[in-house]
Design a protein around this ligand. Structure first.
Ligand SMILES: Cc1ncc(COP(=O)(O)O)c(C=O)c1O
Length: 484
């Protein structure tokens, strides 16, 4: 029997009507480790290869591998692969020392169903270090550190002990005012500071929304391809996620699909395709949401960085029925570790979500809120955004030129904005090319992995904003040596 046959027969053994595909892949790998066919240190097949062997999507295998890593069965090394991290066959249950594996195995821990679903998402950690072409990071070397330090010192000097006490769970009023003003001016959001809820991240916003609005089995519509963080938040709430395809006008609205309780989308700059949701579809979705009583979650994660046209105003501003929950973040506009984001809530959701916030973790630290409010009120935020927009646009242009000149096999998809650029690769070559890039120390985040259903493209999502032009050129020069 070939390896593929062995995997397939174990996969069928793991079959049980109660299990989803990802759990069956996990069960297959755990079983292989337990019976010793995958000994300590053995390398697992690449996710795409196993996906082909088992006839499941690569996303499913990726999610399974990530879950198995969280459970301590595997360790994944960038550019090298996934390896067995535990010796179960010899009966000693010894685990490899690794900073990325957890101490215990989930099977030995009685997690709640919600807990199991949460671990089952595989998590959604963002890259922690600067590397060409890791996605999603702004340029921290261009951040006005001296000014930030000055504003921080000023806040500390003013010596108000109010900043050291417990704060308003909805967020510092001065920051909420600044956010409401900024959103009205730049995103045509219609709100007052009373509707703004300050949080640590878009991810926390999505988790809070999922927790408060979704029961297990509720239908959630999501764009496909789409944002994994959102998928993880809704999956951990037990949502029945319906993947809606995306075309050049954004999410395709198929109103024949099961009626949703919530629709999550990135209308201004679809993640990851970069398309903008057309006005006709915005209106159709808003009417539909009102008719069926669904919530719309508008994730406006990087609309500050649209380069060649005016950004499309928010969907929230078009909503006449108070159905849209608007989500924004400072992770890209300022810096990710600031851990500051916000939602603009429909009036009916303010009190319940603020109460829930007190049950979560109280509120965001007050000092960074106060500094951010000052940064905005004094006009530094708009100035910083203007500068970064110019800087990132010029870097995007450098990347486009380098790709056209050196990598004719990587086709830029939709370069209108954002901190990363989607590129299409020759069909069936993504895994091979990614492996070769990783061997050169270059991260090439997968575009295909963001698809939930078939029809996925082979491609990369190349983060460029944090890289200086010579770093972009050097990385593309290096990639030019690999074989397409
Ligand atoms: C669509 C989308 N929403 C939200 C975020 C992250 O925001 P935060 O760091 O505030 O969770 C990202 C990060 O890449 C994103 O791509």
């Amino acid at each position: 029997m070939t390896d593929a046959h062995v995997w397939l027969s174990m996969f069928h053994d793991a079959q049980s009507p109660a299990r989803g595909l990802r759990e069956r892949v996990c069960a297959t790998v755990r079983q292989a480790i337990r019976v010793g066919s995958l000994p300590l240190g053995a390398r697992l097949p690449a996710s795409r290869v196993l996906a082909q062997d088992l006839s499941v999507s690569r996303v499913t295998v990726e999610a399974a591998y990530t879950q198995l890593e969280a459970e301590g069965y595997l360790v994944r090394r960038t550019g090298q692969g996934s390896f067995v991290a535990i010796d179960l066959a010899s009966g000693n249950g010894q685990q490899h020392q690794s900073s990325t594996t957890n101490a215990g195995l989930t099977e030995q821990v009685a997690l709640s169903q919600r807990g199991q679903r949460t671990v089952g998402t595989g998590g959604c950690q963002e890259p922690m270090r600067l590397q060409a072409f890791a996605a999603g990071s702004p340029d921290l070397r261009a951040f006005p550190n001296a000014l930030w330090r000055q504003l921080t010192n000023q806040q500390l000097r003013q010596g108000s002990d109010a900043l050291m006490r417990y704060g308003d769970p909805q967020g510092l009023p001065a920051l909420r005012e600044a956010i409401a003003h900024y959103l009205a001016q730049s995103r045509a959001v219609r709100c007052s500071a009373d509707q703004v809820l300050v949080l640590t991240s878009s991810q926390q916003a999505l988790q809070l929304i999922a927790h408060m609005l979704i029961d297990a089995g509720d239908v959630v519509w999501m764009e496909d391809p789409g944002y994994r963080g959102a998928r993880a938040a809704f999956a951990s709430a037990g949502a029945n996620i319906v993947a809606m395809p995306v075309d050049s006008e954004g999410m395709v609205c198929n109103f024949e699909q099961p009626t949703p309780r919530l629709i999550y989308l990135t209308p201004s700059h679809q993640y990851p395709t970069g398309h903008t949701l057309s006005l006709a579809r915005r209106n159709a979705l808003l009417d539909y949401a009102q008719r069926v009583g669904a919530w719309i979650v508008e994730d406006d994660y990087d609309s500050e960085f649209i380069y060649d046209k005016r950004p499309t105003p928010s969907m929230q501003g078009l909503d006449r029925h108070d159905r849209v929950v608007y989500v924004g973040t400072f992770s890209k506009a300022l810096f990710p570790s600031l851990r500051l984001a916000y939602t603009v809530l429909p009036h009916a959701l303010v009190a319940p979500l603020v109460t829930a916030r007190t049950v979560y973790d109280g509120h965001v630290a007050q000092l960074p809120q106060a500094v951010t409010a000052e940064f905005m009120l004094r006009g530094h935020f708009s100035a910083h955004l203007r500068l970064m927009r110019q800087l990132y646009r010029s870097r995007r242009d450098v990347l486009l030129d380098c790709l056209a000149e050196k990598l004719p096999w990587a086709q830029a998809l939709n370069p209108a904005g954002g901190l990363q650029l989607g590129v299409a690769l020759p069909k069936g070559r993504e895994v091979q090319l990614t492996r070769q890039a990783a061997a050169l120390g270059i991260a090439t985040p997968s575009l295909g992995a963001l698809y939930q259903t078939a029809g996925q493209v082979d491609g990369w999502l190349l983060g460029f904003a944090a890289l200086q032009p010579e770093e972009i050129k050097a990385a593309v020069d290096a990639l030019a040596h690999i074989t397409p």
